[in-house]
Design a binder for this molecule. Structure first.
Ligand code: 6PG
Length: 235
């Protein structure tokens, strides 16, 4: 378990977006100063959209920034469910290198996962930042209960991504996924969660109490985190 899990509570989602965008800017600037480049993973879903809007207004040397999604739905690029399509709309116009990890939808989600892992093996690692979202059911990235859960949380440490079939399929996006592995997530130099609403707060608090035996994917991730984790929350 991370020695430090720090909660940051805000008045509303707008205030949270300002603060999280500021933190991400700091991380990007520091990596670019130190190494000339930054590699980050950003979550999909709806919660981070205002954060991304704020970030695009910041003065950042975007050409030096590579962005991958923390997870992807196995759907064609441009599909409304495609996380990288949403992320690309924000950051491609800024000149960032936005990398689809599922460039082609395929019926074989495990093969999609292997190909995403191969793509990620070429990236500078560990990630400078992993920004996670959490579902009210306790999933994070696309680590869900289902046949691939053990592989996602306890697979080989060098595996950065894998294909997963959530069971049951989540209503908002009922498709197979590709996700960062727990090992890839917890190795990030900075790990942050951005969540809204009481239901998510409760599930995260419960998962933290349960520790390494938590049935919630977010509990398994937090239990394995070695560095301090910031949880940003707004009602
Ligand atoms: O592709 C995805 O579904 C995500 O990356 C996922 O892990 C997301 O962060 C949570 O489901 C929260 O989603 P919302 O922000 O839309 O509630």
């Amino acid at each position: 378990m991370s020695e430090e899990i720090e909660w940051w509570d805000y008045e509303d989602a707008e205030e949270m977006a300002d603060a999280v965008a500021g933190d991400i800017q700091f991380i990007l600037d520091s990596a670019i100063d130190a190494r000339g480049a930054a590699v980050i993973a950003l979550s999909g879903g709806k919660t981070p959209i205002p954060i991304y809007e704020r970030l695009t207004q910041a003065r950042i040397d975007w050409k030096r920034v590579t962005i991958i999604p923390t997870d992807e739905r196995v759907v064609p690029l441009g599909d409304p469910l495609s996380n990288i399509t949403m992320i690309g709309k924000a950051f491609l116009p800024k000149g960032a290198r936005v990398m689809p990890i599922v460039p082609q939808a395929t019926a074989d989600y495990k093969a999609a996962g292997r190909s995403a892992d191969a793509l990620m093996q070429d990236l500078h690692w560990p990630l400078d930042l992993c920004l996670l979202g959490v579902g009210a059911d306790g999933h994070t990235a696309s680590i869900f209960p289902g046949p691939d859960f053990d592989e996602a949380v306890s697979g080989p440490r060098e595996r950065r991504a894998l294909g997963v079939l959530p069971e049951p399929l989540p209503k908002e996006a009922p498709v197979p996924r590709v996700t960062l592995s727990r090992a890839a997530i917890v190795s990030a130099r900075a790990l942050m969660l951005a969540v809204t609403g009481d239901a998510k707060k409760q599930v995260i608090e419960q998962a933290i109490k349960q520790g390494p035996s938590s049935p919630h994917p977010i509990g398994r991730v937090l239990a394995d985190a070695e560095l301090p984790v910031d949880i940003h929350w707004a009602p």
